[in-house]
Each structure stands twice: as structure tokens, then as C-alpha cells.
Design a binder for this molecule. Sequence first.
Ligand code: MG
Length: 318
Amino acid sequence: MCVPWRTAHGLWSEREGLIVRLEDGQGGVGYGEIAPIPWFGTETMAEAEAICAGFGPKVADEVLDAVPAKFGCVRFALAMARSPLAPTSSTIRLPVAALLPAGRDALKVLARSLESGFLAFKWKVGVGDPADERGLFDDLLGRMPEHAKLRLDANGAWDRRQAIRWLELCAGRPVEFVEQPVAALDQDTLLGLARDYPVKLALDESVVSLAEARRWQALGWPGIFVIKPALAGPMAECIEWILETRADVVFSSAIETALGRSHILHAACSQWLTKRALGFGAGGNFGDPRWDGPVLGPLVDQRAIGINPGEAIWNALS
Ligand code: MG
């Protein structure tokens, strides 16, 4: 990546992944992307490589279907390679949330993003000194127009006491939601905070797979689910879950290339699955237009995404 990512998990500077190419017997070709984030709870690169190597030069559909559910990234890629994008007549346009970096640089990026027309913003917190961050929070809100909304993402960095302090601060402010305020497995605290404070909470690290999202639903989670489809499994399963349960979701990037991104955004704009801004506001990670794809503006629809960048990416690798 051209610029390392700074989150409460630490610095992340290299995005490793696999591009999958599947040919059917009739000359049809499909591409998919495996983009694991092991420290987020997915399979590792070594596991993904071993699964693909195990397929050999020829593989039957039943073998591809039999990849276990816990390998969500591999399953996402295989499903994608087997169902290439086709243009639809959907005219759905969804807003995109611009990502603000941790620390004072957030103010600069906010100013630039407002000029480009963005109205939804996500800011990483739980990274710097808490008092500085609270000051910066006021500065950010002070510079946002009235109809703009801010999302905070703590990546599970706060303890209960810190989270309470922030949630009290957020009450009555234009905060759309607070994402993963405490650790992914701290179920009681998450449910308690969601019940006790008016600001909406979102789960991200807690719901890497759809199975986990379903489990939180069964517990009565009243908030939002941040879903990174590239980690969660086949896009069709994700869509089915949303339509079946009417879950309140935010689709979010796992820093995949233009290939995985086009598949996700194409699906997200194909029917009403969410009205919330897409968490794909951090483009340009690879410094190469073939990998990054078109720069996303404050609103996207299917035309803005680009279709089937698979061949270009495959050729760039070969
Ligand atoms: Mg997050």
C-alpha cells in the first residue's frame, strides 16, 4: 500500500491477497479476489493458498461448494469468479463515507472531502491521546455543515469507562454511530452500552462472518452491523441474510483491489440493501489505477464502479 493504515490494531502497510481465475468448459472466464485479514479473524494467506493449491488444474463445482464456511475470504472469491457481473437496470445511488485519518490530519482531509461534496465521514479514534482526540472531535464537528454526519471507529480500543465517556460526549451531536467501541468478544459491555446510551452502536470486529452477525441478532443486538463482504463469504449469502432479517448494515471495505470492490459495490447498488453511506471512502491504497479502480466520489451507482476489472488485474500479474 502506498500509505500504511494506522488503526487501534497498529500499523498495516502491506495488503496481501490472491486473484482467482476460473475457466469453465465453454471458454467462459471469471475472476475473484481473496483478501484475508487474519488479525481481524479471517483465514490466513497460507490457508487460502493451500485451499487453492488443493484444487489442482481441474476442479468440480461440488469441490468449490464444499469449502468450509470458516474460510469466508476464499468463498467470497470463488462465488465471485463463478458469477461475473452483468449490468442491471438499477439506478440506485448510495452515498460514500470519506475516511478521516487518525490524529490532526483528520481536519485537512475533512476540508478536502467537504469540498468534493462528501457528507458522511468516518474517523478512527482510540489511537492517540484520549484528551487530544476529544478536543479534535469538537473541532471536526465544528467544521461540519449541519446535514453532515460523523462515524467514529474505535476498533475495540476503549475499555468500558472510556467508551462511556465518549458515548456521553456523542449524545445530541451529529454522530451517525460509534463502531466497535470495546473489544469484539466483550458481549455484555457491548449490549449494555447499546441499551444505555442514545447514540447508535455498530459491530465490526465482532461480526467478521455472517454466522457471528446472526448470533448477535439472536442476542437482540439493537444496532448496526458493519459487514466487510470480502471477508464474510459469497455476496449472495450476505444479500439473502439482509433481505431475510432486515439487518441494518453498512457495507465496508477490507482494502480489497478494484476487483473485489467492483463486485461488492455492484451488488450494493443493485437493490435496496442499505441506505447508509458505503464504507468505501478510502480509495487509492495501491498507487496504481489498475488495482485501485476509479476514484469514488460522494455518490456511487453501478456506472461509477467499472465492470470486470479482473482481466486487467490478472494481466498485470502475469
Ligand atoms: Mg471498523
